[in-house]
Design a protein around this ligand. Structure first.
Ligand code: NDP
Length: 259
């Protein structure tokens, strides 16, 4: 088998939470490009459906949009059931869905903390739990979580301790799960991006344009990147190319955390 063949996912089934836009959409596109059937699992119908249809048009794969709220257990259960009904097994789960907001802890309403944790970590747990049950039954799989450099460093000057705590939790969850589920041939790894130009970053910069220069000045490369820089690593971690890699987190941040 050639090196590039090891990156193929022909006929495999991949669920990408939040696959309708941003980093998730770039990952969904890359998974379809290497031959996987892709389920886009998010809340918004028009973008979810359009993304699934565009991938099926562009690549020789099957795709579906399944409306999913990762923080709602019944919704996750039904997405997993629908995926198994459609494709038989689930080979790869990309836990990408996530949200951010900005508050000083002293001013943060409890509801804000809970809302963010419900999506960023409880949602990731629910998807992992129910997809994991299928992977255990079918003999293995790969889980790739989108964590963040924010789980490792302090961001500046914006205040977001709840977000950073949730992303550090994703790292801890991944490490333990990689150990627990090795016996089921399930590998679990994280990607920890830096500043990526998606709605999450661009919406914030729209109201705080002065931060663009602040953030860029903290990066050796002095520039942001788009979500397409994350997708190849997701393919690597989801495929046989990384068969000996588990329990690992990989930072992609243009060198931000070097300084
Ligand atoms: P976007 O805001 O563009 O995308 C967020 C995605 O999450 C959307 O697809 C959204 O879809 C989905 N989502 C949010 N809440 C839910 C929910 N309850 N159920 C299902 N899906 C949900 O941001 P990014 O693409 O930038 O973010 C993707 C991931 O990358 C997140 O986990 C984020 O924390 C992480 N990340 C981003 C960085 C960046 O600089 N952009 C840096 C480091 C990490 P919908 O609203 O339709 O449900």
């Amino acid at each position: 088998m050639s090196v590039l063949d090891q990156f193929r996912l022909d006929g495999q089934t991949v669920i990408v939470t939040g696959g309708n836009r941003g980093i998730g959409q770039a990952i969904a596109d890359a998974m379809a490009d290497v031959g996987a059937n892709v389920v886009i699992a998010n809340r918004d119908g028009p973008t979810g459906r359009a993304t699934a249809e565009a991938l099926a048009d562009e690549y020789d794969v099957e795709t579906r949009w399944i409306q999913t709220d990762v923080s709602d257990e019944a919704s996750v259960v039904s997405t997993v059931e629908e995926t198994v009904d459609a494709f038989g097994t689930i080979d790869v789960l990309v836990n990408n869905a996530g949200v951010n907001s900005h508050y000083d802890v002293a001013e943060m309403p409890l509801e804000e903390w809970q809302w963010l944790f419900d999506i960023n970590i409880t949602g990731l747990f629910l998807c992992t739990k129910y997809v994991g049950q299928e992977m255990i039954d079918s003999g293995g799989g790969n889980i790739v979580n989108i964590a963040s450099i924010s789980g490792i460093i302090a961001n500046y000057p914006q205040k977001q301790a709840h977000y950073n705590a949730s992303k550090a939790a994703v790292d801890g969850f991944m490490r333990q799960l990689a150990s627990d589920w090795a016996e089921h041939d399930i590998r679990v790894n994280n990607i920890n991006p830096g500043y990526i130009t998606t709605a999450m970053v661009e919406d914030y910069l729209e109201n705080h344009p002065e931060l663009e220069e602040t953030w860029k000045s903290q990066m050796p490369g002095d520039q942001f990147a788009g979500p397409e820089v994350i997708a190849p690593l997701a393919v690597y971690l989801a495929s046989d190319a990384s068969e000996y890699v588990t329990g690992e987190r990989v930072i992609i941040d243009g060198g931000y955390t070097v300084r």
